[in-house]
Design a protein around this ligand. Sequence first.
Ligand SMILES: [Zn+2]
Length: 216
Amino acid sequence: MFYPMLTRRDPYTKKGNGSYYGYSYYYNEVKTDCQDRCVYCDALLSEHGHEGFHIDHFRPFAHFSELKNDPNNLVFSCSKCNIFKSKNWPTKTYFHAHASHDGVAGFIDPFQEQLSNYFEVDSSGELITKGLVAKYMLELLHLNRESRIQLRRKRNILSKALQLNAVVDQDLEHLVRYMQNKDFDKETACAMAVSLREVKNLLTEALNILHKPESQ
Ligand SMILES: [Zn+2]
């Protein structure tokens, strides 16, 4: 649910002469490869009012000018993470094949490493770091800013509600089957049905609220 492993398409679209387009051309391809999420705070574009996301140069082009238009260096990022990250590159090694972090500082490449090995989300939505490089990213990018804690918390609640909804659907189906049995106890079955319907109605209301954008 949080920080899935990402895979890049191969190849990205190129011009007829085999060179890359300008980096902004790759917005949609990179957005899809990043599964519509900020690769740093894990916010989804849909959780962010479908706006305010940018293409980020994972290796900043201030230090890696040769990678400016290379889509393999582009990631999807919310504007805040993008600004906080800026041209920081703490490993100070500007050869693009070099690792993006040294285990202490730097950035974890979501296409090379499983971010969920470095970050865990607790039930309150807070990000827990595992290791120093994750701590470096959390502090530099303010990954536990209040808006992101709330957003993760909401995703946790939505997930639980969807699970519960599936269980209620299953129980209702069992009940219907039970009532088709000629020996069933009518009163018991009716009481169970009424109770389940109430739970189902409450869940539907909760899911409707959770699915609605904040502004509505
Ligand atoms: Zn972000």
